[in-house]
Ligand binder design. Structure first.
Ligand code: 13P
Length: 248
């Protein structure tokens, strides 16, 4: 049985003082959660504070990105070791906003995945199609390719610590959620490609999340689908509603 995982991607929201307020609000609501992995992914400048504030709870902290080099002259980038040393357990990689606004490629995502693993960080690897790609009927082809390239050279024993987040781009921040069936269809296809890359036993251990306008109302039905093991939540992770999503 795969352990559920609900992660909040705060994106570019919350100053350190606002982060403190949000964490203090959520801590009593989800801090004792035993059946689900609960992860907060705040902006870099909030990470140290967030790690401090969740000490003694079951909440884990993740970053929203990282670079794939160890250190050096890469102005503005953050290294895997910095995240690890700061207390991160997870790191979101290849989010569609990184791919779309900052030109991240599948190959770069793969380099980041390998580096994260090398440093003991658990990658949450985002994949998903644009609306026109869905309309063209190439969703599965595209997502299969994204997963295959992201997981290139990843070993079986490390793959089980990776999380794949299926986030259809047309459902992100739009209030337009994929139907349970649409989400399940692609998450199932992701598990199938994972079985092709590794084997069925490994694929059955890798957690696949759905993301895209998840809220307190739709979460329970989405998470009840057989291949959906939780959610990657944007907007709704910035308020107390996030606790209802975790309970779902
Ligand atoms: P929303 O939940 O705001 O649609 O964002 C989803 C997302 O991109 C999480 O990474």
């Amino acid at each position: 049985m795969r352990r559920r995982i609900v992660a909040g991607n705060w994106k570019m929201n919350k100053t350190p003082s606002e982060a403190r307020e949000l964490i203090e609000t959520l801590k009593p609501l989800v801090g004792d959660e035993k059946d689900v992995d609960v992860v907060f992914c705040p902006p870099f400048v909030d990470i140290a504070l967030a790690v401090e504030l969740v000490k003694g709870t079951n909440i884990k902290i993740g970053a929203q990105n990282m670079y794939y080099e160890e250190k050096g002259a890469y102005t503005g980038e953050v290294a895997p070791e910095m995240l690890k040393d700061a207390g991160c357990e997870y790191v979101i990689l290849g989010h569609s906003e990184r791919r779309g606004y900052f030109g991240e490629t599948n190959e770069q995502v793969n380099k980041k995945v390998l580096k994260a693993i090398e440093h003991g960080l658990k990658p949450i690897i985002c994949v998903g199609e644009k609306l026109e790609q869905r309309e063209q009927g190439i969703t599965e082809d595209l997502v299969r390719m994204q997963v295959k390239i992201a997981m290139k050279d990843v070993k079986k024993e490390d793959a089980v610590n990776c999380v794949i987040a299926y986030e259809p781009i047309w459902a992100i921040g739009t209030g337009r959620t994929a139907t349970n069936e649409q989400a399940e269809e692609v998450c199932g296809a992701i598990r199938k490609v994972l079985a092709e890359i590794f084997d069925q036993e490994t694929a059955d251990q890798i957690r696949v999340q759905y993301g895209g306008s998840v809220n307190a109302k739709n979460a329970a039905d989405l998470f009840a689908m057989p291949d959906i093991d939780g959610g990657l939540v944007g907007g709704a992770s910035l308020k107390a509603d996030f606790a209802d999503i975790v309970k779902a």
